[in-house]
Every structure is written in C-alpha cells, then in structure tokens.
Design a protein around this ligand. Structure first.
Ligand code: SF4
Ligand code: SF4
Length: 369
C-alpha cells in the first residue's frame, strides 16, 4: 500500500488518552510494561495531546517512552488544542511547552486538534496552519495534519484550502461508517480523494464496540472467541490508505489482546465482515447515544455535570437487560450535580465532537431514571 508520508508503522497505534491508573494517578510501572510490550511486538506509533489524562499524558509519555527508548525508534504524535491558545502569539510557546513536557526536540506528527466547522475559523485566526508549516521547515515537526470531527463537506473545504496537510486523523469505526452526524465513510472518501494518509481514532467508539449489546454479540460469538474489539479494530485497519489505527489501551489485558491479532494483521474475511454488518444493524435498532466518552464537555460545563457518565447509564439501560442500571446511576449521581441541574447554557454542545444534542439528552436521562 502506498502512503504519502514516509512513516513506516504497523496498523496499531498506542493512543495515550486512557492510561492505566492506580489510586487516581497514572500507574507508571504498568504504563512502562505496556510500552515495552508494544515496542517488543514491533509497534512504534504513539499519540498524545496536552488535555489527555487531565494534562498528565505528555509527562507520562516522557517518562515511560521518550526517556527509555532511542528517539528514532518510535513515532510521537502531539496536537495543537484550541482551548489552550487565545491568539497567534500563544501558538509557539504552547508548542515549545509540549516539546518540553514530552522531553523531545521534535514531533514526528503534529495535528491541529479536533477540527470542526467552528474552531477551524479560530485556528485560521491564530494562524495555526502557517505556524505549523514554519515549524515543519525548522524540523520541529516531521509531518503535519489535522484530527477531524465534523461532516465531509467541512473536511473537503479544509483540505482544499490547506494542501500542506499530510495526515487526516478520523473517527472511523463500523458504527460511525454510515452515521449521519459523523459521516465516517464520506470523510474517509474525502481524505482519500485528496491523497492523504489516514489515521483512525475511536475504532472501538470509546469502548462501546468492545462490549456490544446481546443483539450484536451473537453474530460474533458464532465465529469463535476473538474479542469484540478485535473485529472493530480489524474492520477499520482493513481499508486502503489507513496508516494506523489508534487504540486507547487502558490496561495490559487490552494491550495483549490488541497485539495478539494486530502483530500480523489480517483484514476481516467475508464471514467476519458479514457479522460486522449484522452487528451494526443490531446497534442501530437500540437507538443508543453516540457519546465516545472523550469528556471534552466536562472542561466547559459550568455545573460540572458528569455528562458522559449519565449517557453511559442510559445506554446501559437500553443495552443490558437484567442488569441494574439504577444502581449505577445512583453511584454516578452521588456527590455529583444531577442531569436537571443543567442551566441550558449550551457550552457542552459547542465542545462536543459528536455534535450531540446534550441538553435534550440530559432531559431524557432525567426522565428515564
Ligand atoms: S448546557 Fe447544561 S450540561 Fe451543557 S454546559 Fe451548560 S450546564 Fe453544562
Ligand atoms: S457528550 Fe460529547 S463531548 Fe461529552 S463525552 Fe460525550 S462525545 Fe465527548
């Protein structure tokens, strides 16, 4: 398969946004073990960002990866996140602080983070694209791109206006493939039309596809005992032009499972692809909230409402019969603001990459519990 960048990597990347924790802190020892297992198996692509793990992912990456391995033995990705820059003058200092936090002189890939219709205008205003191009000329960025969360027409506009973009990181999984709010297939086709290398994020849709509802599970169970996540990751990795698929691995068990089938990646066969199609339809029938638990809304909610946790309660209620979602709901609600504490300011909806109608959905949660 031909790629436009010179990156040589396997089809699995380590997303450093859901790291192992112990007593509320990143479990450094466990993270080192996971990095070692990943590198030993021949993988080399790591993806961090300043806001990940409540601002602690970059530092953890420095300690577990950058300080312990020769710099040229891995690819390190970081991102320019709009929340941390108010004007053009702040872009370079922010970038320099990221180099320092990660303990490196350069990033192999630097992405303008979570671009959508609204923040694209902000990124243009602060000259994010121009600054990134300069940083590339200076050798501080090897490859430049965007991570993207919006519809295909917006992606088309951005790629036509910025031919310097080399990599597009897309939310791409079997559920979002035909989702009208994500437009996975259309965005993929748009990135391909412009000849960009594609990196997949959210292949398991924030974990939802790792534990599908019974209605979907049965199709995979008929095939054997591979994990449900394995079908989702192999599905995404099987498309032309996919450079790698990021998986946010939170523990060693997840990593070992991912390594077992991605070390020597084989695309889905006909029967497996059929099972995925059936599972997709089964998911659709349940009308679940398409929240990926990215938690971006929590950064902006003035009432600190644990929005994704409430959405998870409602999804669980729809998915798992015989399970006690009320008990989980009570646990989430204890000590936290309730769904009806929402004052309707709408800030969360502007921050949500999935474009969810959060205010309406919180009312649905309130009614259901
Ligand atoms: S609309 Fe409600 S949930 Fe959203 S940010 Fe405002 S208070 Fe929080
Ligand atoms: S509601 Fe939106 S912003 Fe909040 S966690 Fe879910 S997907 Fe992310």
């Amino acid at each position: 398969m031909e790629f436009s960048t010179s990156i040589k990597t396997k089809k699995l990347g380590f997303g450093l946004m859901r790291l192992p924790t112990k007593a509320g802190r990143i479990d450094h020892k466990e993270l080192c073990r996971m990095v070692d297992a990943f590198m030993d198996a021949g993988f080399n692509y790591f993806d961090t960002a300043h806001p990940y793990m409540a601002l602690r992912s970059e530092g953890a990456t420095r300690k577990a990866l950058v300080k312990r391995y020769p710099r040229e033995s891995f690819y390190l990705v970081n991102k320019l996140t709009s929340n941390f820059i108010l004007n053009e003058k702040q872009v370079r200092p922010f970038f320099n602080s990221q180099l320092k936090a990660c303990g490196t002189d350069y990033f192999d890939v630097y992405l303008v983070h979570s671009v959508n219709r609204d923040n694209y205008e902000k990124f243009k205003k602060v000259k994010a694209f121009e600054t990134c191009s300069e940083l590339k000329k200076e050798g501080k960025i090897k490859h430049f791109g965007i991570s993207f969360h919006d519809r295909a027409d917006v992606l088309d506009k951005i790629l036509s206006e910025h031919p310097e973009i080399e990599i597009v990181q897309l939310q791409f999984n079997y559920l979002d493939f035909d989702d009208p709010s994500v437009e996975g297939e259309k965005c993929y086709n748009t990135a391909r039309k412009y000849g960009k290398d594609i990196v997949v994020m959210e292949p398991v849709k924030g974990g939802s596809l790792a534990s599908p509802p019974d209605e979907a599970k049965k199709f995979f169970d008929e095939l054997g005992n591979a994990s449900y996540a394995s079908y989702a990751i192999r599905y995404a990795a099987g498309f032309e032009g996919i450079l790698t698929v990021l998986s946010g691995m939170g523990n060693m068990a997840m990593m070992e499972d991912n390594i077992s089938y991605m070390r020597d990646f084989v695309p889905l066969n006909e029967k497996e692809a059929e099972a995925v199609e059936k599972a997709r339809l089964a998911f659709r029938g349940l009308n679940l909230i398409q929240c990926t638990a990215c938690r971006y809304c929590l950064d902006v909610c003035p009432k600190n409402i644990p929005i994704p946790d409430y959405f998870a309660c409602l999804n669980s209620k729809k998915q798992f019969k015989g399970w006690n979602p009320e008990m989980y709901y009570k646990r989430v609600a204890a000590g936290n603001p309730a769904p009806d504490d929402c004052i309707g300011c709408g800030k969360c909806e502007k921050a949500c990459p999935q474009h969810l109608d959060i205010r309406k959905l919180l009312k649905e949660v309130d009614k259901s519990f």
